[in-house]
Write a protein that binds this ligand. Structure first.
Ligand SMILES: Cc1cc2nc3c(=O)[nH]c(=O)nc-3n(C[C@H](O)[C@H](O)[C@H](O)COP(=O)(O)OP(=O)(O)OC[C@H]3O[C@@H](n4cnc5c(N)ncnc54)[C@H](O)[C@@H]3O)c2cc1C
Length: 238
């Protein structure tokens, strides 16, 4: 089947930090584009010596009226992310998609743990919206780890969600917390291990994990070796 290439206009840019920003991509009116929470788009990046394509996860939710949001890091020496950081409002981006099987299609019926580091919260955010789309008492827990408070993206939104839904808890984790920090400190791995591996014999829960590099694979392996079924541990490594 032929892939459709979409052309979107950058409507808005939000700087979360010097090296992290959201691009809001507006498709032409009446464009049919649907996706499942967790999916990504493949963005065409025309470099002088290469036509690069890089995946970026849709951080907004299907059914949101507004533009598609992608949230990205400026990767040192990364020509793709450098190109995207050089874009300004009004520029256009071509992409194909949506793609990806790291998705959550319907609210879970068993306790579900979401864990992400920094920008890798992108797929988890629309998953949570979907998970909370209908009233439920199934516990949903979000562990979001970062180096700094600014990297704890959407913290206000998650705090508000935790106040609104009794079955949702938000657990921000800072590697090296500043004085006065009341959240968790350390790594996602330490907390998941303590709470759901060493500290609890139950294995009837599901996990959605996302991160850059090997950490997410190590966490997946920890959970599988601890006896969680393979299909209960969904993950995506960037
Ligand atoms: C399914 C999928 C979804 C993704 N969604 C996002 C997203 O929503 N936002 C986003 O910022 N990136 C995302 N990425 C990563 C993104 O596609 C690019 O790899 C990243 O922007 C680097 O591309 P580059 O051309 O600048 O650098 P490259 O020259 O391709 O450098 C790649 C190096 O950068 C590392 N890297 C990849 N992503 C990051 C990151 N976010 N922060 C720090 N280092 C990184 C890689 O591990 C690798 O070592 C996703 C990757 C995958 C596989």
């Amino acid at each position: 089947m032929e892939r459709i290439t979409y052309t979107a206009t950058i409507e808005r840019i939000v700087e979360h930090d010097v090296d992290t920003r959201s691009l809001f991509l507006r498709l032409p009116a009446k464009t049919a584009f649907t996706f499942t929470p967790g999916q990504f788009i493949s963005v065409a990046i025309p470099l002088p010596n290469e036509n690069r394509v890089r995946p970026y996860t849709i951080a907004s939710s299907p059914g949101d009226d507004g533009p598609l949001e992608i949230v990205l890091d400026l990767v040192p020496g990364g020509a793709g992310s450098e190109y995207l950081f050089a874009r300004t409002v009004g520029d256009r981006l071509n992409f194909t998609g949506p793609f990806g099987l790291f998705t959550l299609e319907r609210p879970p019926d068993i306790e579900t743990i979401f864990a992400a580091e920094a920008t890798a919260i992108a797929p988890i955010r629309p998953m949570l919206h979907r998970a909370l789309a209908q009233p439920s008492t199934v516990p949903l827990k979000l562990f979001h780890a970062a180096r700094t408070r600014k990297e704890l993206l959407y913290a206000d939104e998650f705090q508000a969600t935790a106040r609104r839904y009794a079955n949702f808890s938000y657990e921000p984790i800072l590697a090296q917390p500043p004085a006065g920090w009341s959240g968790r400190s350390g790594t996602v791995m330490e907390h998941i291990r303590a709470l759901f591996v060493d500290g609890d014999a139950r294995r009837d829960r599901a996990f959605y994990l996302c991160g850059v590099g090997n950490g997410v694979i190590e966490l997946r392996d920890l959970l599988r070796k601890a006896g969680y079924p393979r299909r209960a541990v969904q993950y995506e490594r960037w």
